[in-house]
Design a protein around this ligand. Sequence first.
Ligand code: FES
Length: 365
Amino acid sequence: MAEKKKMSVAEILAAARKADGGGGGSAPGPEAAAEPEAATPVAPVEEVAEEAAPAAPATKAPAPKLAPGQRPSVADILALARANKLTEAPKPAEAKAKPQPKAEAKPAAKPAAAGKAAPKEKAPAARLDTTSILAAARGGHKPGPVSKADAPQKTDKAKPAPAAKLTVPPAPTKPEYAVPKAGKAAGTGKKSEPEPRRAFMFLSVLFGTWMATGFTMLATIGGIWTLALARFMFPNMLTEPPSKFKVGFPDEFPPGQVSEKFKAQFGVWVVNFEYKGQSEIFALASVCTHLGCTPNWLESEQKFKCPCHGSGFYKDGVNFEGPAPRPLERYAIRMSEDGQLEIDKSRKFQEELGQWEDASSFVNT
Ligand code: FES
């Protein structure tokens, strides 16, 4: 800091005398007597002021009033100098009294930190020290680090005001169908899903995506093809009776008798009768030669009668009534190695063609 050049009293007096025109204005009396004192080292004005400060009241010393155009005397200049010194004197006084404002600032800061009303109190204070400013700032929005003594008080006041309670209307009651029913998972504490929802979730997973749909269709088509292949491997089979079969020994067929024992299974009558004066055993097909119906043997009438159109056949198979155009047909018959009669349906013999003369169409008795 650049030090101001402080004027000593002697210099001030010299300057006053200079301004006074060489001291012609007023009697030098007391000032002249003061000159020898100027030779001696004189304390600076500030020191004089400091010494005078404790004795003088804190209020400013009244400045001498001068009439306009009146030249100030040395005494007036001294008084003015002292008055100016007094006005400047508070600077060192404040510097020396720094600890005191701290003590005074605390009570000043408390009302500032007491609440949001602190900014209002700032206005009348012309000058605020740093403590007051910090206290006001902390009492506002951002409470910074505080001393231990102030912490509880400030933290309590920094709590936000409780929010007003919201009045929420009660929720409407669920209808009966919306209330989930207690299922198997009721004991486990898990909510059981209703069956329709499970089915919906299953269908959603099954058909929810294109890939799932594709795989499902592929599996379905594969299953159908597997079933078709299995059906192809086991086709429908007609268990027809064999074309050759044995009907028993010849004495089981007495003369003049028509056996219907093999009609139902093989469609054959075994007859022991005469044909053209010769007794023989032959096998007649139970198929009407009109349109293929199955005639019946009428024991009482000793004839074959077709129920479809009324064709009638004698016991030897020759047609005699109805629309049948020709006699019944014979199957091949022979005596097998074991002595039984064997019939072969793969060979037929027709009377109108003269085939009944064939030895394969009968067995002599
Ligand atoms: Fe036997 Fe017509 S089918 S009479």
